[in-house]
Ligand binder design. Structure first.
Ligand SMILES: *[C@@H]1O[C@H](CO)[C@@H](O)[C@H](O)[C@H]1NC(C)=O
Ligand SMILES: *[C@@H]1O[C@H](CO)[C@@H](O)[C@H](O)[C@H]1NC(C)=O
Ligand SMILES: *[C@@H]1O[C@H](CO)[C@@H](O)[C@H](O)[C@H]1NC(C)=O
Length: 176
């Protein structure tokens, strides 16, 4: 069952308050329209055993971008991937103008907004990046702001511009 109300979700999850440790296990970026966008970089980098980070760079060929929809869905891997709590579609341009308008999207946006040049109102007339979003940072946010149960997850994001799917970015995480 998917919950769109973060307060309800929080109450539901308080029973799993064990401290989590986040590990990025995989990262996949796919351009579904290569005339529109191409990933220049999509990498999980390890500086050392404990410091890993995500870096994504995407080139945009048809700017300015003024109409963006993002579908965010979280899956838990049990016997196969099962939808877990969140599946929302957000109007990107409305959202960045007023991030408080959507609490769930805002929760996810906070993971990368300070590590990205997406962090401004539309239009987007440049290439985009998320740079050095580290395991530690994700760990702090996951464990301090909303405790998730241990397990393996996929955070799936599908990006639509002018209603056409242009790209997909999936982040695979393990919480232990
Ligand atoms: C791993 O790298 C990070 C970032 O450079 C650094 O802060 C940390 O001290 C390093 N940890 C070890 C065990 O070397
Ligand atoms: C999530 O929502 C999208 C769009 O509403 C839908 O196509 C998709 O099937 C949903 N996925 C899950 C796992 O419920
Ligand atoms: C992002 O940076 C701002 C300004 O430095 C800071 O106030 C805010 O707490 C940061 N947000 C996150 C989620 O790290």
């Amino acid at each position: 069952k998917l919950y769109k109300n973060p307060k309800k979700t929080f109450l539901m999850l308080t029973e799993f308050q064990a401290k989590s440790l986040v590990e990025f296990s995989n990262l996949k970026c796919e351009s579904t329209d290569k005339d529109f966008a191409e990933f220049e970089c999509c990498a999980l980098k390890s500086v050392n055993r404990t410091f890993k980070y995500v870096t994504i760079k995407v080139r945009l060929f048809k700017v300015p971008v003024t109409n963006v929809k993002v579908n965010l869905a979280l899956y838990q891997r049990l016997n196969g991937l099962k939808p877990f709590l969140y599946n929302i579609t957000v109007d990107g341009c409305k959202f960045v103008k007023n991030p408080r308008s959507n609490q769930v999207a805002s929760y996810f946006y906070d993971f990368f907004k300070n590590h990205s040049n997406l962090n401004h109102p539309c239009p987007y007339d440049h290439d985009l990046f998320v740079d050095k979003m580290s395991t530690q940072f994700v760990d702090q946010r996951v464990t301090k702001t909303l405790p998730f149960p241990k397990g393996r997850y996929m955070f799936k994001t599908d990006w639509y511009v002018n209603s056409i799917k242009r790209a997909a970015v999936n982040i695979y995480l393990t919480l232990s």
